[in-house]
Design a protein around this ligand. Structure first.
Ligand code: HEM
Length: 392
């Protein structure tokens, strides 16, 4: 591809479709790139791993970062630093141990089987919603112990809130995010009220017990509920959809998956390297920090480009190619982040994706694209809107 636009043309359609040629140039020519007065970008794998773990890298935004829509999560682990982060994260971590996840994915399997039963006689199904979103959303609702209704609205409003995280967000993106948050918070407040009337044994019940004992505030419970309720589907669904699209475009990969159960985990891991749903995240150093000979002042913004690090050719040979046989040291991608804030949903996401693919592999021999998928991508998040498939 001939890349003639700016160094990082965040809103250009070519960049949004396939940012990788730009990331490769960034890595090669501008390994530490100062994008504007406050923001620096790290794209090489080595720097990413080293500096994201640096104790001065804070989630707490300095004053120059204007209040923005995502500040509705200020009372969650997303914005806490250790030690508060450590104690708070324990409350939810214990709900996602490998042992419990094995129970949760039984729900993913049964809901996926129901979806596959509804495939039309010619094999057609809008796979993104029915196979990727609904089973993962319902699984998370069952972990939380909350109602599973209004899935379309939950999906639509989750999509609205992610679109304002890019530096290229317009006022319209921000207004949409405000509407999305309003819906999600109203929904979750209603679920808390309902739960107080009719207690159960889900993660929300556990959080309400912690509220009663003074270990969580009401705001922490509400914001954490919104965070997990909306996180349940979009990223695992993106990942699953991207794998199904690979299988449709490269049938030999589906065949490999179907016929070789022992390589399935390695294949999924390689797909996650190639298709990270979260393309980047930010940190704010609390002290001056020197990176590649440049002193970055305390309070700057450092953007860690996950998607670029995952294709750093000094670590991942022929980085744009699928290769599930990479040696151990070259399979450690950073799609789930690194360090104390690494993804709380990593174990369940991997398990859900494998559970769904295994059910599909058991029932079908071929997957074809019925139409071109529709996506909504930016430099922070990638999403499918539709993925029309034919299963044979
Ligand atoms: C393929 C699926 C997923 C991917 C690729 C993914 C990716 C990420 C990444 C990169 C981070 C780190 C952000 C940072 O360091 O600033 C993160 C954090 C987080 N993720 Fe995920 N995520 C996925 C699924 C989920 C799911 C299903 C849940 C819900 C259980 C979830 C909940 C969280 C939470 C709560 C955090 C914040 C952790 C903290 O700050 O300590 N994620 N995720």
């Amino acid at each position: 591809m001939n890349i003639t636009h700016d160094i990082l043309p965040w809103s250009h359609p070519d960049f949004r479709r396939n940012p990788y040629p730009w990331y490769a140039r960034l890595q090669r020519d501008y390994p530490l790139y100062q994008e504007n007065e406050h923001t620096y970008i790290i794209s090489r794998y080595e720097d990413y791993i080293k500096y994201v773990k640096h104790p001065a890298m804070s989630m707490v935004e300095p004053d120059w970062v204007k209040p923005h829509n995502w500040h509705v999560f200020l009372d969650t682990i997303l914005f806490y630093d250790p030690p508060k982060h450590t104690t708070t994260r324990r409350h939810t971590n214990k709900w996602f141990t490998p042992k419990l996840v094995a129970e949760w994915v039984k729900h993913t399997i049964s809901v996926t089987e129901e979806a596959l039963n509804r495939i039309e006689p010619d094999g057609y199904i809008e796979a993104h919603h029915h196979i990727c979103v609904v089973p993962t959303h319902i699984t998370m609702c069952r972990v939380l112990g909350v109602i599973e209704d209004e899935i379309e609205l939950a999906t639509l409003n989750s999509l609205k809130i992610v679109g304002m995280q890019t530096p290229a967000a317009t006022q319209a993106d921000k207004d949409r995010a405000r509407d999305g948050f309003e819906w999600l918070f109203a929904k979750c407040k209603a679920m808390i009220n309902e739960k107080r009337e009719n207690p159960g044994n889900g993660l929300l019940d556990a959080m309400l017990t912690l509220e009663a004992s003074g270990d969580m505030t009401y705001n922490e419970v509400l914001q954490t509920l919104v965070l997990f309720y909306f996180s349940g589907a979009p990223n695992p669904a993106y990942l699953l959809a991207s794998i199904l699209e690979h299988f449709a475009r490269e049938p030999h990969l589906f065949e490999l998956y179907r016929e070789n159960p022992e390589v399935r985990q390695a294949m999924i891991n390689e797909f996650i390297r190639l298709n990270p749903p979260e393309q980047s995240f930010t940190r704010y150093p609390t002290e001056d920090i020197e990176i590649r000979g440049v002193t970055i002042p305390a309070g700057s913004c450092i953007r860690f480009m996950t998607a670029a690090a995952n294709r750093d050719e000094t670590v991942f040979k022929r980085p744009n190619q699928f290769d599930h046989t990479r040696p151990q040291e070259a399979s450690q991608h950073v799609s789930f982040g690194v360090g104390v804030h690494a993804c709380a949903g990593q174990v369940i996401s991997r398990a859900e994706v494998q559970a769904s693919l295994d059910v599909i592999a058991q029932r079908f021999k071929r997957i074809e694209l019925a139409e071109e998928p529709v996506t909504m991508n930016d430099d922070r998040i990638r999403n499918y809107i539709t993925l029309p498939l034919i299963f044979k």
